[in-house]
Design a protein around this ligand. Structure first.
Ligand SMILES: Cc1cc2nc3c(=O)[nH]c(=O)nc-3n(C[C@H](O)[C@H](O)[C@H](O)COP(=O)(O)OP(=O)(O)OC[C@H]3O[C@@H](n4cnc5c(N)ncnc54)[C@H](O)[C@@H]3O)c2cc1C
Length: 330
């Protein structure tokens, strides 16, 4: 069993993207029972400065292709190079982070390799399928998040999937492997570069849901943008981040980048406080693996209470000020 993981670096920091480390560990855990190999492939201008982390978390080998013209994503060039790497390595499985880059390249490659691709998987495991031996079972929400579909690619190889950042977190203990990098030989062709980067604007957000322990999220039940200040105050009092349901974003209570759920961020904090959020399946898809969930809702029948470890039934406009006062005194 051989799994290829697309290794990506953040062009702003030069460091590995968290999702690459997460997938390195996932690939390692999937191949371990078969004594298989987890191989990273990297394309860019320079290797990520902290690429040893991918080996600490399970990568056995990293195959790389460097060229100064590849500092930014050039879809055709990246696709051609990674396709050549995949054809040389003949992996069983190829995994991409569901980043902008991964979402661009994975369908191009699946189409070129005439194989299947399952996007935004929330679980991956390997099992037997009929007489075909071990194959990848790819689980993802489907039909607007109302069901979890298990998708397989029984005929074609490689089996391909994308996974969003923060979904498959590695454990704290690391399976150490020595650093083993190999350059990939391929003649670079100028006609692969079809666009020119004039400038790159930095993303104006400082939200990092993956590095915060506490998230206080507000939903439609918050009632107004003015009331949403209570959510900000509670998050500040805990030293946490602010999240929002899609309804809260749609009502303009919070910006889109704070949305949590199927079409927002996937989070797993130590504590998730859901205020005025009903707990739709689409919202739960982004937060139900939080270590502890606390819910404040005026409706005792709200579905969020079925996954909450602590539930408070009542008006959040009365409860949050009491919590703030308690935190201040404590
Ligand atoms: C394809 C698709 C993707 C989607 N993706 C997402 C997603 O990523 N994230 C997401 O969140 N949603 C998503 N949705 C929308 C989702 O279906 C729900 O509509 C949304 O989550 C509801 O948000 P809410 O819980 O804030 O609002 P509501 O469902 O309206 O719930 C509001 C809650 O507030 C409570 N409440 C009201 N007043 C108070 C008060 N004063 N004090 C305390 N509680 C009060 C009510 O009892 C109620 O339970 C998606 C939908 C689709 C179809």
């Amino acid at each position: 069993m051989k799994i290829i993981v697309f290794i990506e670096k953040d062009p702003r920091t030069g460091a590995l993207r968290d999702v690459s480390i997460e997938l390195a560990y996932k690939a390692y855990s999937l191949v371990k029972p078969f004594q298989g190999e987890a191989v990273g492939v990297f394309v860019g201008d320079e290797l990520p400065e902290d690429c040893e982390k991918a080996f600490q978390f399970g990568l056995h080998r990293l195959v790389y292709y460097l060229n100064a013209k590849l500092a930014h994503l050039h879809s055709i060039a990246y696709k051609n190079i990674i396709q050549a790497m995949i054809e040389a390595e003949t992996p069983d499985i190829v995994l991409f982070g569901a980043t902008h880059t991964g979402r661009d390249l994975a369908p191009l490659l699946a189409s070129a390799l005439k194989t299947g691709l399952t996007a935004d998987c929330t679980q991956l495991h390997i099992d037997e399928y009929k007489s075909r031996g071990p194959i990848l079972y790819q689980v993802r929400p489907a039909f607007g998040g109302n069901i979890l579909a298990t998708i397989i690619t029984p005929e074609q190889r490689p089996m391909m999937a994308t996974v969003r950042e923060g979904v498959m977190l590695p454990p704290e203990t690391k399976p150490q492997h020595p650093i083993r990098t190999e350059p990939f030989a391929l003649r670079f062709q100028e006609q692969w570069i079809i666009n020119e980067f004039l400038s790159v604007a930095p993303k104006l957000t400082k939200i990092n849901f993956n590095r915060t322990h506490i998230i206080v999220a507000g939903g439609a039940g918050v009632g107004s943008r003015a009331n949403f200040r209570l959510i900000n105050q509670l998050a500040d009092a805990f030293g946490g981040e602010v999240g929002a349901s899609r309804a809260a974003v749609d009502f303009g209570f919070a910006p889109k980048e704070r949305q949590i759920g199927q079409t927002g961020a996937v989070v797993r904090p130590k504590l998730y406080i859901a205020c005025g959020i009903s707990g739709s399946i689409q919202h739960r898809a982004g937060m139900d693996e939080s270590q502890k969930i606390m819910a404040i809702n005026s409706d005792p029948q709200a579905p969020i209470f079925s996954i909450a470890h602590l539930g408070i039934v009542g008006d959040l406009k009365e409860i949050i000020p009491v919590l703030l006062q308690y935190l201040k005194e404590a």
